[in-house]
Ligand binder design. Structure first.
Ligand code: FMN
Length: 315
């Protein structure tokens, strides 16, 4: 039947809509599953559709993450500065990254043993890595922990950029890539059962390959409760800290995305390394962020815990 598009007659329209029943369905889908941004009031996208759609939406109930993505500007020119690796070797960038070992406090740190070389093939590790929540309360060795940390976030090389301001300065580069070599992610260990280590918090210092001793965590099992396993059976957990200022001074809002990407790379390295030891391990989306930050001494404003992984002996 021919659809009279411009009819204003209600009965005709209803009859035609009955024949073309997909039309109201489509309209309803469009209304409920937003074709355009629900964040039009705050997004930088200025298309008329977005502006109109935005009028229909309240600002309550927006996902901050979607709003962030809608406002994401990938072009350095739009951010008012040049970003990108081309400037990585320029003096100001180099000065930011070089000699970062000086920030490590080794005075009372635990020196980790030399990491082992993982011999299992990369293909096998990737194929065999599985999240396992089957922990038994048995300790892992300090050498195992050392090897995991070295492969996860250890310093694996040195760049020697020509910097007139600092001719001897080197940049220690690590197992996982980092936007601009700024390394905004730090690893906090919550040790439960590792041979030779007191159960408490530690911070991994990659340049010296040491653990800075942190506070004891009496509420360890509470901070990462899971319905699937008892975290008290795990050997250690890793809380990933993202320091907003470490890379956002260069990358603006994009810094968060880069930080989270880097957390993912480190975490994958850690899981591949623990797979080589036949260990159990699992990422944990649910952890008590604020309590955890307080426990390890982070302000939760500039420095945040953004991810959590549990490792232990396989049952
Ligand atoms: C960011 C993230 C959060 C996760 N959170 C949990 C969690 O809270 N509890 C859990 O048991 N597994 C968690 N996992 C593990 C996933 O369930 C697991 O990776 C997925 O089921 C695929 O299985 P696989 O890792 O064995 O390949 C998480 C994984 C990621 C990457």
């Amino acid at each position: 039947m021919k659809f009279s598009r411009y009819t204003t007659d209600k009965e005709t329209l209803e009859r035609e809509l009955e024949d073309l029943s997909y039309i109201p369905l489509t309209a309803s889908f469009a209304m409920n599953h937003h074709m355009f941004s629900a964040y039009a009031s705050s997004t930088v996208v200025k298309s008329p559709e977005v502006a109109i759609r935005g009028r229909w939406q309240g600002i309550d109930g927006n996902f901050v993450s979607q709003e962030y993505l809608l406002n994401f500007r990938p072009d350095g020119r739009a951010l008012g500065f040049q970003m990108g690796v081309r400037r990585f070797f320029e003096p100001d960038a180099v000065s930011n990254s070089a000699r970062s070992y000086l920030r490590e406090d080794v005075s009372e740190a635990v020196v980790l043993p030399r990491p082992k070389r993982v011999k299992t093939s990369f293909g096998s590790l990737v194929a065999e890595r599985r999240s396992s929540r089957n922990f038994v309360p048995a300790p892992v060795s300090l050498e195992t922990l050392s090897t995991m940390l070295a492969h996860g976030a250890g310093v694996t090389g040195h760049l020697k950029p020509q910097n007139p301001a600092d001719p001897g300065g080197e940049i220690g580069v690590r197992a996982a890539a980092s936007g601009g070599g700024l390394y905004p992610v730090r690893l906090h260990l919550l040790v439960n059962r590792v041979e030779g280590l007191d159960p408490r918090a530690y911070t991994y210092q990659p340049h010296s390959h040491t653990l800075r001793i942190g506070p004891t965590i009496p509420q360890f099992a509470e901070l990462c409760w899971s319905p699937d396993f008892d975290v008290a059976d795990a050997s250690f957990c890793i809380a990933y800290e993202y320091d907003v200022y470490a890379n956002s001074r260069k990358y603006g809002e994009a810094g968060l995305a880069y930080g989270l990407i880097e957390v993912g790379s480190i975490s994958q390295n850690l899981h591949l390394a623990r797979t080589s030891f036949g260990m159990a391990g699992c990422d944990q989306g649910g952890y008590r962020k604020q309590d955890l930050e307080r426990a390890v001494g982070l302000d939760g404003v500039i420095k945040h815990i953004v991810h959590f992984s549990v490792f232990g002996t396989q049952g």
